[in-house]
Structures are given as C-alpha cells and as structure tokens.
Write a protein of this length. Structure first.
Length: 304
C-alpha cells in the first residue's frame, strides 16, 4: 500500500484491563470508531500509545490486531523509538514482516545525538526496510531537532517521505514547503496548531485527542481542505481546551479520561504512569465535562 501521508492519522492509545493486560476489546472498539469517522491511517506505539511500557510480544499483538481490523482500507504505521540503533532496526524489520504499511521514526531518546549521529541513525533504519517512513521532529520534547539541512541528506533516501512537524514553529510548514516542495509531506504533530498548520499548507494531522473525538477531528481537516475555514474554526474553538490536554506530560492520562467520556476507552494506564489524582484530576474532568455539554453538531463532512 502506498501511503499518501495526508488527512488525519491518529496516534492511538493502548488499552489496558484493570489487571494491566492488553484490553483488545476496547482497543477494537476505538479503532473501529476511528475508521468509521474517516481517518486516513493508524499510528501504533507512540508516546500516547505508552510504547516504552510495552513488551515486544505486546507490540506484535497490537500490530496484527490492527492490521486485521483495518482490512487494508487504511495504512497501519508503527512508531520506532527504541533505545539503540540495533533494536530500532530489529523492530523495523519485524514490523515489515508482520505487514505494516509504514514507519514513524523518533530520534535517539536516551542520548542527545549530534546532527550527524541523528542522520546516520535514521539512515540505518531506513535502509534496513523498504517501508515508507515519516520522521518525527519534536525538539521541544525530545531535545533533538531535525533541521532542513538534515532533511536534505535524509531525502536522498527514497523511502523517507514525510515529517511529523512538532517544532511548535508554525512557519516551519512554509519553510519545508519552500525548500522541498511536495517531496516531503508535512503532517502537524501538535494538536493546538493543527488548523493553522493545515491552512498554511500541511498535508495532514497526526492527532492525539482524535482518540476520544475522531469525528470532530476529521471534520476540521475536511472543512479546512474544502476552504470552509470559518466552519472549521467554529469547531476548533470548542475543541481547543481539549486539545490543550495533549501538550502536557500527563497527555496519556488526560486523553484516556476523555476517551472514558466518549465511551471509547478506559482510564487504565501502565505504571510508572498512574491515573490523575486530586486537583489535576478535577481540572481535567471539568474541561471534559464542559466540552461534552457543548459538543457541536457537525456538518456532513464525509461528503465534502
């Protein structure tokens, strides 16, 4: 499957039972809701998916389960965020063997690599597989920036095709487009900058709150791309307090509480994460409750 790298691609949460095992029943319910809403791909094993707490076997179960659920209708993309280059290559190869359609690559996580080391790291993973690849560029959280000069080197590899743009600099969408044209597809990776990024030319949105609100997320994307920006802004204004829950160290707990409100998940997280407590919990629940009371009616966005 050739990935178009456009539209809404949820970075889905991983569902757990009360006893800490994979909750495949709830996971299936959520994936089906994403598909029904019209998303353009599923991304597994990101930060929101609590990848650092998952075993190799659990990752494989999530991959095979998702591939079965999507039935080839949309691509399944696996995030690679391992602790060493060799581990990253091993997971990338195994994901390809299992039938995934693409990869999202984070830079080295435990070590602040130099520009040269980061490029070599990405290159070694990319050349080990034939899968299309999206680079995750998030210097705010991961302290390593993939600069335009680094992308110049990386784009010598045909299977590096897209960037999850999370620099928080909205003008970077324009810089990427000016320098690389359509050679490098741009997907916004920051929920609170998504509409602005789409208006300035981003091809898609790797979304977080979509885990709880898939229809609203896809509607915003479709409306912007149809030139109906005022309608999109109306939904986006309602959505913003929720979207701000994604730019927090507790984004997993926050978004899982939102999934509970919409019936698409449970609050269960895997330690060392713990469910929100005290004032933080009350604050997040108040935001979610207010949003649910004022949830907007959506246009027939699927037929735009």
């Amino acid at each position: 499957m050739k990935i178009k790298w456009e539209g809404v691609m949820p970075a889905v949460t991983t569902k757990f039972t009360d006893k800490g095992q994979l909750d495949l029943g709830m996971f299936e319910k959520n994936i089906k809701a994403q598909i029904d809403a019209g998303v353009n791909g599923i991304i597994l094993g990101g930060t929101l998916g609590e990848a650092s707490t998952l075993t190799k076997d659990e990752k494989e179960v999530l991959i095979t389960t998702t591939l079965k659920l999507v039935e080839g209708k949309i691509p399944v993309i696996v995030n690679i965020a391992e602790q060493s280059t060799s581990e990253a290559v091993t997971l990338a190869k195994r994901a390809e063997e299992l039938g995934v359609n693409g990869l999202m690559l984070l830079p080295p996580m435990r070590y602040k690599a130099t520009d040269y080391e980061t490029v070599v790291y990405f290159r070694e993973i990319a050349t080990s597989v034939s899968l299309p690849i999206m680079i995750y560029n998030n210097p705010v959280d991961y302290k390593i920036e993939v600069t335009l000069d680094m992308f110049e080197e990386l784009l010598k590899l045909d299977n590096i095709e897209a960037v999850k743009e999370s620099t928080r600099d909205i003008s970077n969408v324009i810089r990427i487009r000016n320098r690389f044209g359509n050679r490098l597809k741009v997907l916004c990776g920051v929920d609170t900058l998504a509409l602005e990024s789409l208006v300035t030319g981003a091809d898609g949105w790797v979304a977080g709150l979509v885990a709880a609100y898939p229809e609203e997320t896809v509607a915003i994307y479709k409306l912007v791309k149809a030139g109906r920006v005022e309608e999109a802004v109306s939904i986006y204004r309602w959505f913003m307090p929720l979207l701000e829950l994604d730019i927090s160290p507790q984004l997993v707990q926050n978004i899982k509480l939102a999934e509970v409100a919409t019936g698409l998940g449970t609050e269960n997280v895997r330690a060392p994460r713990l469910p929100l407590q005290g004032a933080d919990r009350k604050r997040v629940l108040a935001i979610i409750e207010d949003a649910m009371k004022n949830r907007p009616s959506l246009p027939d966005y699927k037929n735009i």
